[in-house]
Design a binder for this molecule. Structure first.
Ligand code: GLA
Length: 382
């Protein structure tokens, strides 16, 4: 596909492009913790967006979506959200660069890739990060990667309307082959954990559904967590986010909490604890224990945080039936998208077959599955 994207660029714009790739991500554990200043454990995967781009000497940004075969031009002197959904991810990044005082001159871009849209694999972060990385290169802005990540996240807030945390963009930019990234979303310190992939694979089961609740409920969860923090903060002034809270603190003040808010908060605090424990598992190479924590994470997301859906729950239940599956959970924002499964390599084919069959029978939908390989973050494409 990369070659075709480059060829399309030459055909449309008659010049030589710089070529950049930017990956989607999985998250092994640590869900809905990023915007609570907690821990996450994502990794970049071999589902990627590619960009061919170059300055064009005008004041116009000309874009072509290879997948949608759609073209659009934008005046760089008045960047604003567009009614073309895909263009907003690109425009959002341009707007951030401009706001930071960078002189974004005219440029051309052809982009496309194989990150499934709406499957919870962060196709939007891949777009934003690729765009930020590419513009930084072609105009020589010299912006640090972490700053690019923050700009990409802001682009999502302002041009896609999702108040996402920093995980997706961070993973897309900072991914490292065969490693998961433990990111502390408060200090933004991070550490790579090697994933020994000899005996197992990460399999994604794509429900093919995206319930419309997803983005409104996402923003509601943020508010519920803030409501919990506001209560705790009265007693523990040092608690500024759920990251600073403990299960004990919550239990002490349970009567003052709305029961729903209480469940949201206990989930987040428990999930943070689970990420730390899961990283210790990885360091010991104890994948069995790691897998159990994935199941526990799902339980919390299903019952306490309530961001799952029947399709995701069904897939996790099915996975549990096989002793060849070490762990499974819903992944990302929820209400659809993929489950992530840790599967023994000798059982891959059977697992995929059984899941497909069961899902077809139960929902009449053809399940899509992907084997996720862990790759490097945004870079020039080879
Ligand atoms: C989405 C957001 C992330 C994160 C996850 C849930 O993917 O973009 O920032 O909050 O949901 O963990």
């Amino acid at each position: 596909m990369l070659k075709e994207i480059e060829a399309k660029f030459r055909e449309l714009y008659n010049q030589e492009p710089v070529v950049v790739r930017s990956p989607g991500r999985v998250n092994l554990i640590g869900e809905h913790t990023d915007y609570n200043e907690g821990f996450v454990l994502p990794a970049a995967i071999n589902k990627e967006m590619f960009f061919a781009m170059a300055p064009n000497g005008t004041n116009t940004f000309r874009a072509y979506s290879f997948n949608l075969e759609e073209r659009a031009d934008f005046d760089l002197s008045q960047v604003k959200p567009s009614d073309m959904g895909w263009a907003n991810y690109l425009l959002g990044v341009v707007a951030q660069l401009q706001r930071a005082g960078h002189n974004v001159k005219g440029f051309d871009v052809v982009f496309g890739g194989n990150v499934p849209i709406g499957a919870g694999l962060s196709s939007s972060a891949a777009l934003e990060c690729g765009m930020a990385f590419g513009l930084n290169e072609i105009f020589g802005f010299g912006i640090e990667k972490l700053t690019l990540v923050k700009m990409a996240q802001k682009a999502e807030h302002e041009y896609a309307g999702v108040m996402c945390g920093i995980m997706d963009q961070f993973a897309s930019m900072f991914g490292k082959r065969d490693h998961a990234i433990k990111l502390d979303c408060r200090s933004l310190e991070y550490a790579y954990y090697h994933l020994a992939m000899e005996d197992y694979r990460i399999v994604l089961c794509d429900t093919q559904v995206k319930h419309s609740l997803a983005s409104s409920e996402y923003n509601t969860r943020r508010k519920e967590c803030e409501a919990g923090v506001a209560i705790l903060h009265r007693y523990y002034p040092e608690v500024l986010s759920l990251r600073g809270a403990t299960l004990d603190m919550l239990a002490q003040h349970q009567q003052e909490f709305d029961p729903v808010v209480y469940r949201r908060c206990t989930y987040v605090v428990s999930e943070n604890n689970r990420v730390e424990a899961a990283c210790a598992d990885l360091a010991r190479g104890d994948m069995k224990s790691f897998g159990k924590r994935m199941y526990a994470s799902h339980e919390g997301l299903q019952h306490d945080y309530e961001v799952s859906c029947p399709e995701l729950d069904f897939l996790v239940e099915q996975a549990k039936r096989s002793d060849k599956v070490l762990g499974a959970r819903m992944m990302g924002g929820g209400f659809g998208g993929c489950t992530i499964n840790l599967v023994q390599i000798d059982a891959l084919d059977t697992f995929v077959q059984q899941m497909e069959q069961a899902y077809q029978q139960r929902f009449g939908i053809t399940l899509k599955t992907y084997i996720a390989e862990i790759v490097d973050g945004s870079s020039f494409a080879e």
